[in-house]
Write a protein that binds this ligand. Structure first.
Ligand SMILES: Nc1ncnc2c1ncn2[C@@H]1O[C@H](COP(=O)(O)OP(=O)(O)OP(=O)(O)O)[C@@H](O)[C@H]1O
Ligand SMILES: [Mg+2]
Length: 242
């Protein structure tokens, strides 16, 4: 069953066309990586899926609801089933790690202080950072920030995860660690996930299926090994250049 069903999405900014007839299906429990060069429209596509940008045409069904036309109240309810890791991790700099993790929970559910602390500690343990609970973001390395971002995104038990460049700015080894962590968490919670990235190594680790966003379209979709064997110029250049 498709949990995410994007159909014929078009988007232009001031006459400059970014997405042209983009369609994508993501089955429940599967992970897709959308690859594309800088400026290809990856972040725009993700923002459309989470309802932050309205497309000019097309639909994006998530769990049977079209986020393009959904009323705000229903969108807020749907958002509770979604988790995001934005480009740059985007932790709240003035809050400790504990407070960063508490933030999305406090907005969604009422928990006692103990329950809250328990959820936070459990989540940090999952990403291997329970010792960092009292630290401020400025005291963390880039990889640690991503881990905290992951823990924060998952603390509300989402069913669908959206990742925007989860490994950007990390060295290759840390990138690989974060990618494996994403893969493990996805399997553990049977998440449906969509990641946009230009990191092929990351895509290989985290995704069952890959799609390439080029010239505003998502023409090439399939398993990584299928695409790897493709003779298409765009696909080939992608595999060679990264
Ligand atoms: N809110 C906006 N207003 C106007 N133009 C925008 C807006 N958001 C994105 N764009 C334009 O859309 C195009 C695609 O941007 P997008 O951020 O999706 O690229 P990307 O594939 O995520 O790139 P990167 O890999 O560098 O993050 C760019 O030309 C950008 O300038
Ligand atoms: Mg981007």
């Amino acid at each position: 069953m498709a949990l995410v069903e994007v159909q014929n999405i078009w988007k232009a900014f001031e006459g400059h066309s970014v997405l042209r007839n983009v369609s994508l299906l993501v089955n429940k429990g599967s992970a897709v990586a959308i690859l594309g060069k800088s400026g290809a429209g990856k972040s725009v596509l993700l923002k459309i899926l989470i309802g932050l940008i309205k497309p000019d045409a097309g639909s994006a069904m998530i769990d049977g609801k079209d986020v393009v036309t959904i009323p705000r109240k229903e969108m807020n309810a749907l958002r509770k089933t979604m988790g995001y890791l934005f480009q740059g991790a985007a932790l709240y700099d003035s809050m400790s790690v504990r407070e960063n993790l508490a933030f999305p929970l406090e907005r969604q559910v009422t928990l006692t202080q103990e329950e809250l602390e328990d959820r936070i500690v459990t989540q940090l343990r999952l990403v291997g950072l329970e010792d960092a609970i009292d630290k401020m973001p400025s005291e963390l390395s880039g990889g640690m920030k991503k881990r905290v971002g992951l823990a924060r995104a998952l603390i509300t038990n989402p069913r669908i995860m959206f990742y925007d460049e989860p490994t950007t700015g990390l060295d290759p080894i840390t990138s690989r660690e974060i990618s494996y962590l994403m893969r493990n968490l996805q399997e553990r919670y049977q998440l449906t996930s969509i990641a946009v990235t230009h990191d092929m190594q990351c895509a290989k680790i985290i995704a069952d299926n890959v799609a390439i966003l080029s010239e505003g379209t998502l023409e090439h979709q399939g398993t990584l090994s299928t695409l790897e064997q493709s003779q298409d110029e765009t696909v080939r250049s992608f595999f060679v250049s990264v």
